[in-house]
Design a protein around this ligand. Structure first.
Ligand code: ATP
Ligand code: MG
Length: 218
């Protein structure tokens, strides 16, 4: 689904943030990306999304139907007077999709259908995350990319959202998720990429867990 060959990228100071990275994300995989703050996780995602261009190497993606939820930014203006339905409708138009039924279907998938006429500012943090996931589901994406969507979300809601994501993945949609919570990672992923200074390789989950356990026992 996504293939990176010897990809390099750095911001202006010349230090490589993604350092000769070669990975292949299989169709239907649930890849969790982990790594310390500053290891390059969000940068990798932005390269895959095409926000940045690699300084060397090649990125190929099999689909242009990609849903994305960005890492939560502190200054998100949730006081903006817009209803959930309106927000999703705006996005549907932005992606040039005319099927309004998708709005209720997406809200239904994240268990938020009854909130459709509520203002975004009246929702809790966890509910807003569900709405952002619904937004990413519009347009029948083949690839979903989530950057730390669980920050500030309580454990119960994390479990509920994880169940939703697992269900979506079982329907064949490839998921790439940055997540710091190893319980989530070990429960949901099929594959794991641990980035260390912009480098890493993809392991299948079982191999990764065995490897980490053997380090821990040294
Ligand atoms: N727009 C930018 N301009 C310059 N440097 C940046 C920019 N965005 C990120 N960086 C730097 O690139 C490195 C990787 O940042 P990135 O946001 O990809 O890390 P991350 O793994 O997502 O971290 P976190 O877990 O904190 O979200 C960091 O050293 C960061 O300071
Ligand atoms: Mg990040």
């Amino acid at each position: 689904m996504v293939n990176l060959q010897n990809v390099c990228f750095g911001y202006t100071n010349g230090k490589p943030v993604i350092d000769n990275l070669s990975i292949n994300i299989e169709d239907g995989a649930y890849l969790s990306v982990i790594g310390e703050n500053g290891s390059g996780k969000s940068t990798l995602i932005k390269l895959i999304l095409g926000f940045y261009k690699p300084s060397a190497g090649k990125i190929s993606i099999e689909t242009d139907r990609i849903g994305y939820v960005s890492q939560r930014i502190g200054n998100f203006n949730n006081k903006f007077p817009i209803t959930i339905y309106e927000l999703l409708y705006c996005h549907l138009r932005a992606i040039k999709c005319s099927d309004k039924n998708q709005i209720l279907l997406a809200l239904n998938m994240v268990g938020m259908e009854s909130y459709r006429n509520k203002l975004i500012g009246n929702l809790s943090g966890g509910q807003i995350q569900r709405i952002f996931i619904a937004k990413a589901l519009l347009g029948n994406p083949q690839l979903l990319i989530f950057d730390e969507i669980f920050t500030g979300v309580d454990e119960k809601t994390q479990i509920e959202i994880n169940d939703i994501l697992t269900k979506i993945n079982k329907e064949g949609i490839t998921i790439l998720a940055v997540d710091h919570n190893l319980n989530n990672v070990y429960k949901n992923s099929s594959h794991i990429l641990k980035l260390i200074n912009g480098r890493g390789i993809i392991y299948n989950k079982e191999t990764f867990m065995d490897k980490e356990a053997s380090y821990a026992s040294i």
